[in-house]
Design a protein around this ligand. Structure first.
Ligand SMILES: Cc1ncc(COP(=O)(O)O)c(C=O)c1O
Length: 405
């Protein structure tokens, strides 16, 4: 398999981009879907922001270095990756906070409806944010299994909130079909793009989506705790209101008025002072992903994940695949169900193969194609086969759970 992998790497049009990321020596990184690798240009950019813009120019940098425009500027760069117009996207806060703002905005746009429909097993924060609004009497949470979502769309539903690429299984929703079904029922749609943005082509406007959110620290390579992004379709920009009415979302923050007046555009989603260091790092990641192009990235990710399956088969590994077998129906990851998935994952990490575990029994491998080679994939499959064959995962040290799993 290694020979075949090397041939595939030699013909890979994205091969040159691996050099633009810091991939630690001896590590095969199959977790770029959780925390993307560091772009090599990021440390120098952060140093410039810290030493020059902050260190020397101090508060003047809000104007001279364009700090004040960074949420909109970085949002505008994310926009083409997700099929949005530049003025429809802003980079700010966490995905969770943006969910809160946009679920609230959707409910306010449908005042005669209260139900927020989602699926059981959606990413927890999406469900918790609905629950938080429910506890305040502002929403009613309804969950329906994937196949039953359309029939659950009755005239009480204000919003359909779904994660485009499922975080555990990698399964994709048909964004166009579900958006249409929700609109037919008079509901709005909010897509969580955390595992899609920067990984695969997304066409929010082509699908008629109303709202979207997504993470900056996964495929976009913005670094730990990077700002997230939020999308509001142009047709809602004027009417949409969000409840976190902080001063940065004001139409004229520096007028210091006693009364709130929302900014007319997507800036109304801002709340407090933007985190400039985080935005600077995110911008480097977004620029790099945009340069490579999401179409090419997704095409390679599909090849990598299929190659991984072939390598597992050739190594005699028969784990239960929980991701769709058809690569067109999944994002850039593969997940397998395995008893003792946690210990297996830890044993792999000890060998330098970093994937992750999702409770209770999922082994998840992300294929971030900007820096992953076919050779890495072949080697990862070999290591997994050896960990299973030798029973290495049974060692006591691999059972102990850390705070972050
Ligand atoms: C689908 C999805 N939504 C939301 C989040 C959480 O985002 P944040 O930590 O920015 O609130 C994650 C994190 O992994 C996620 O996978």
């Amino acid at each position: 398999m290694l020979d075949r992998a090397r041939v595939l790497d030699a013909g890979d049009p994205l091969e040159e981009y691996r050099e633009r990321f810091l991939v630690p020596e001896g590590v095969i990184y199959l977790d770029g879907n959780s925390l993307g690798c560091l772009p090599k240009a990021t440390p120098a950019r952060i140093e410039q922001v810290v030493r020059e813009e902050w260190g020397q120019d101090l508060i003047r940098s809000w104007n001279s270095a364009g700090w004040i425009d960074m949420p909109a500027r970085v949002g505008a760069k994310i926009a083409p990756l997700i099929g949005a117009q530049p003025h429809e996207v802003i980079a700010c806060d966490s995905t969770s906070v943006n969910l809160f703002k946009l679920i609230s905005a959707a409910l306010a746009l449908r005042p005669d409806r209260k139900v927020v429909l989602s699926e059981p097993g959606n990413f927890p924060t999406d469900l918790y944010m609905i629950e938080g609004l429910e506890k305040q009497g502002l929403a009613e949470r309804r969950l329906a299994e994937r196949g039953k979502l359309v029939e659950a769309l009755d005239d009480g539903v204000a919003l359909l909130l779904l994660t485009h690429t499922h975080y555990k299984t990698g399964e994709l929703f048909d964004m166009g079909e579900l958006t249409r079904a929700a609109h037919d029922a008079g509901a709005l749609v909010l897509w969580d793009l955390s595992h899609s943005g920067g990984a695969l082509p997304v066409d929010l406007n082509g699908c008629g989506a109303d709202f979207a959110v997504g993470c900056g620290y996964k495929y976009l390579g913005g670094g730990p705790g990077a700002p997230a992004y939020a999308f509001v379709a142009e047709r809602h920009l004027e009417a949409a209101q969000q409840p976190l009415t902080g001063w940065m979302g004001h139409a004229a923050p520096f007028a210091f008025s006693d009364d709130y007046a929302a900014a007319p555009g997507v800036e109304k989603l801002l709340c407090g002072t933007p985190p400039i260091l985080g935005l600077a790092a995110l911008e480097v990641g977004v620029d790099l992903i945009a340069e490579i192009g999401v179409e090419r990235l997704y095409a390679k990710a599909q090849k990598l994940s299929e190659f991984f399956r072939q390598c597992l088969a050739e190594n005699g590994v028969t784990l239960d695949l929980v991701s769709p077998a058809d690569p067109a129906r999944r994002g850039s990851q593969l997940s397998f169900r395995a008893g003792q998935a946690y210990a297996i994952c830890q044993a792999l990490i000890a060998r330098g193969v970093i994937g992750d575990f999702r409770d209770p029994d999922i082994l998840r491998f992300g294929f971030a194609p900007a820096y992953l080679r076919f050779e890495d994939v072949a080697e990862a499959a070999r290591h997994l086969a050896e960990v299973l064959e030798t029973g290495e995962w049974q060692r006591e040290e691999f059972r102990e759970r850390a705070a972050v799993t």
